[in-house]
Design a protein around this ligand. Structure first.
Ligand code: AMP
Ligand code: MG
Length: 354
């Protein structure tokens, strides 16, 4: 199949063209086809969430394991009432504060949500995105759009339309190109079917932000451990994920010691004939004379690192490095999401410098 790639443009004179593109995307979704589109977190691969056959196509295009449920994207609270059987008070509060936005909540589903969308579960994950193009595509596509990240399963999630094309060109009907996304890591997932509510995946809406609003919020402990025997509560979190082709190692400890260790290791590996990639920050980039050094952002604001991380991991794939060393970053705020994705990408290979 030929994948249409349609750019959305900012200036006024393109508004009519943009409107047609979004309508075309909606028409494809209504017919049961697949369309990738930008959201504020990462690019999503959309299909009609209430059409089991359409949802199945997502699994085929991504090579996604069929027990990994999809998030249903909506644009308004009336839509939520149709797909979930009960909305707890705490969920209403959270929705009021953080929807539309980078947050997914899990509820008990109603009958109209097929098991093909929920991976066989009685619960459904729901998000209301804020990105205007995402909202337009969802509305034009019928209002209930399943949209996992638009990458091949296991690869880093796409933060630009080019990343989507790299993975899915020829496998989906259309890519709506809205330029680079804003946040760069997937939504926070909050399970509202348990007490206290539990974070199953950290994201831009942090535990601190949620606790301020609704009191105690738990965090799925399996997210933090390397070799936990219990399965994570979000089925998708058990799979190898976000991973670059090269061996990735995260180096933790005091920043000066970490940079010294990476500098020495990079020099040694290069002498052995290996190609080394380094994930550094504005503050540390001058410390590395050897290696393919990429700046992820600044330690002054982990959101900058969130927005560049997946793109950097993909660039290293293109550069063909053998080993990647990444500095560890602070884990407060959105840093929790950054470190969760980085550690998963590294298969939890961590070196702690003391
Ligand atoms: P993605 O959309 O590719 O970022 O992945 C969606 C994530 O949401 C995966 O980790 C899923 O396992 C998780 N998820 C979706 N629906 C549910 C659900 N009903 N219960 C628990 N986790 C879910
Ligand atoms: Mg994903």
């Amino acid at each position: 199949m030929e994948t249409k790639i349609r750019k959305l443009r900012k200036s006024e004179e393109y508004q009519e063209e943009n409107r047609k593109t979004l309508q075309e995307a909606g028409d494809i979704l209504k017919r049961g086809g697949l369309v990738a589109f930008p959201t504020e977190t990462v690019y999503g691969l959309g299909a009609d969430a209430l059409n089991e056959e359409a949802a199945k196509k997502i699994y085929a295009a991504k090579g996604r394991p069929s027990d990994n449920p999809l998030i249903v994207h909506i644009t308004n609270m009336a839509a939520l009432g149709k797909i979930v059987s009960q909305i707890p008070d705490a969920a209403r509060k959270v929705a009021e504060a953080y929807w539309p936005g980078p947050l997914t909540m899990i509820f008990e589903k109603t009958k109209i949500v097929p098991y093909g969308t929920t991976g066989g579960l009685e619960t459904v994950a729901v998000r209301m995105p804020s990105h205007p193009a995402a909202r337009a595509v969802i509305d034009a596509g019928g209002g209930y759009i399943a949209a996992p990240s638009a990458n091949t399963s296991g690869r880093p999630s796409p933060t630009r339309a080019e990343h989507v094309a790299e993975d899915l060109d020829g496998r989906i009907e259309m890519i709506v190109d809205g330029g680079p996304v804003e946040i760069g890591v997937e939504s926070t997932i909050l399970d509202m079917t348990v007490t206290p509510p539990m974070i199953l995946r950290p994201g831009a809406v942090t535990r601190e932000m949620l606790e301020e609003l609704i009191g105690e919020v738990a965090v799925d402990q399996t997210l933090l451990k390397a070799d936990s025997r219990t399965a994570p509560k979000a089925p998708g979190m058990k799979y190898r994920h976000y991973a670059p082709k090269a061996n990735l190692v995260v180096v933790e400890g005091e920043v000066e010691k970490v940079t010294a260790w990476i500098r020495e290791t990079a020099a040694t590996k290069q002498q052995e004939g290996k190609r080394v990639g380094i994930i550094a920050t504005e503050e540390t980039k001058e410390s590395y004379p050897d290696g393919d050094v990429k700046v992820a952002g600044t330690r002054a604001d982990e959101a900058t690192i969130a927005s560049s991380l997946y793109g950097i991991l993909r660039e290293f794939d293109g550069d063909g490095v053998d080993e990647i060393y990444s500095e560890a970053f602070a884990s407060g705020g959105i840093g929790a999401a950054v470190m969760n994705r980085l550690l998963k990408a590294a298969g939890h290979q961590v070196i702690r410098i003391t």
